[in-house]
Design a protein around this ligand. Structure first.
Ligand code: SF4
Length: 110
């Protein structure tokens, strides 16, 4: 008479162990996926700029994402990098510059 109950207990234990193993596998994968969805770099804060410098950004149509993806700031001769994941600078457009940004004054490096 004990056999059916023991069998059920084994199934219950196996289910719980299986659930724990699945959680052990899924949790790190879910954490890694969330890491992929991290917030994109934003270099749009112009609070510290003079009116003229802020206006230059507008006049040259600076954007945090280059309108022409083949001409991002990171490939421009006027770009000053602060690292791949940080806002850099520019000789022409003052304020924070996104490596993926762009403007009308893009110039190829020589
Ligand atoms: S000139 Fe324009 S494209 Fe070149 S780094 Fe400055 S903002 Fe970017």
């Amino acid at each position: 008479m004990d056999t059916p109950r023991t069998s059920l207990d084994r199934r219950a234990v196996l289910r719980r162990v299986g659930g724990a193993l699945a959680l052990a596998v899924v949790a790190p994968v879910a954490a890694a996926v969330q890491g992929c969805g991290k917030k994109p770099l934003s270099c749009a804060d112009t609070a510290g700029l003079s009116f003229a410098d802020a206006q230059t950004r507008v006049t040259l149509a600076y954007s945090d994402r280059a309108l022409d993806p083949t001409k991002p700031c990171s490939t421009c001769a006027k770009f000053r990098s602060a690292g791949a994941e940080a806002c850099g600078g520019c000789e022409v457009v003052k304020g924070p510059i996104n490596p993926l940004g762009g403007c009308r004054s893009w110039t190829a490096r020589t």
